[in-house]
Design a protein around this ligand. Sequence first.
Ligand code: CA
Length: 614
Amino acid sequence: MIKKSILLLVTIISLGLSAQIERVEPAFWWVGMKNPQLQLLIHGTEICNRKVEIGYPGVKILKTNRACSPNYLFVTLEIDAKIAKAGKFDMLLKQPEKQDITISYELKQRQKNSAERQGFTSDDVIYLLMPDRFANGDPKNDNIDSQPEKMNRSINYGRHGGDIKGIVDHLDYIKDLGATAIWCTPVQENNFEKYTYHGYAMSDFYKVDPRFGSNGEYAGFVKKTHENGLKVIMDMVSNHCGIWTWWMSDLPFEDWIHQWPALTRTNHKASTIKDIHASKIDKKQYSDGWFDSSMPDLNQKNPYFWTYYIQQSIWWIEFADLNGIRMDTYPYNDPDAMAQWAKAITDEYPNFNIVGETTIFNTTDIAFWQKNSVNPLKYQSNLPTVMDFVLQRAIQNCFNEHGKSWEDVGMNRLYNIIANDYLYPDLNNLLIFAENHDTQRLNEKFNGDINKFKMAMSLLMTERGIPQIYYGSEIGMRGNIDKGDGFVRQDFPGGWANDSINAFSAKGRTSVQNEYFNFMSKLLNWRKTKPVIHTGLLTHYAPENDVYVYFRYNEKEKIMVILNNSETDQTLKTDRFAESLDGKTSGTDVMTGKKYDLSTVITIPKTTALILEL
Ligand code: CA
């Protein structure tokens, strides 16, 4: 009887005191990580004067630091990979004349070959989708009590109900299309009153938004995607958080975020990072200004925050079994901190890949951000992959342009861009794309001209780098960004129960949608099998009469690509390409199977691309 009462009392005390601890992040970790150190953020009422004790073999407390707020402790552990075993242990938070607080912590076993995981490469084609707009697989999570913004499909910036299950349900569609990797715009929680569907104002860095699903569902999605032979890239943001992030009401340190006397937005001038003439205020405003009134700018120079952020990135890779990260607004962050972040990740996972969003429109400045770039500032980013926004902008415009050979328009514009490739340290790690969720839709730009779309995709799938396509364009989706972002982020037809068209199946698609899809599927599935495209060398020829010709080649194979952007059929004399043809006198068009004689001349219809295997 006495024993029972004591037990009851102990239970009540421990329950009551556990409630004092609101968060421990990361919530768990692993044994056997290359970096033995782990910083725990512990958040709880008035815990700053507590002393932490751990009695677990192989786990040592290196230091315990208070923050400015009395409600935080930062505890740095060292986990000895040789001694520490996977399992749970207690951390005691002690203070004289107060009850001990017990926190149960777990070190998990790493998945087999976790450190060797393969990142996305130029073998892949990435399918970019917005989870809220792709498919609503689970109507039960459309509205969640704890999330103020409810589903409303009638407004284009509202939440439309798409979710993780919707992606899992249509993995076969993405696989049939021939994409080999999926990049979803952020799935992390965005707990805010409105405009949350895009995901870039995160309120909890360790939690999937419940309207998309749970952390477990996300990990399950990655597992199923892997079983289908596809890779997964997670979208992350380190530059800013959402104004409703849990720490905003109790910042650990004043400089956890950049604070200004009055709301100051970034000036979006990426050039200030390197500009020798830039004023200090412009530099500061670029890096430390807020992205938006609802997006506080995070301070990557605060060492506690930065360790927290690096660890959450590694936590997601390990927990969800990721193949890549797409990092938002890359240059807006502190450059040295980003170099440290990229190094920490690639030290832990040498074959992993990270692509930084480098929204910059000149090649020199994009190349600056790629790992091993040679630049006068001697800046070393450690970032494997950058986004080729120069090529992106050109693809959207050049097929609508026609000009003389000395003008930087049309095919000359493409030629001139590729001629700048000497600036890039690693051509195979350029993310190449024609559009994304922040740009005009390609088919809008082409006014629904499928021939132009085919030329653009023929280029994208045969150029150097890692192609990324944007959901919906493969069925001809249009939409004008000038009316608002939501107009290029429409619901995929067939993703909602009562949709009149189901474009996920050949039967459900219109004949026009099938023409788009079948073209893409054939092209992407062909590309999958072509190392010569993935890693081959490139030789190109100065455009003549609006026709651009280039070759991709390796020791085994040779591909000739001809883009006829002119408004008339064109006949080319093939002797001009002798150094690349190297005696080859015929080629087969990979899309139609038609054989072309290349011994003297070749005629290409207007607005047509030919991809010839020689
Ligand atoms: Ca849903």
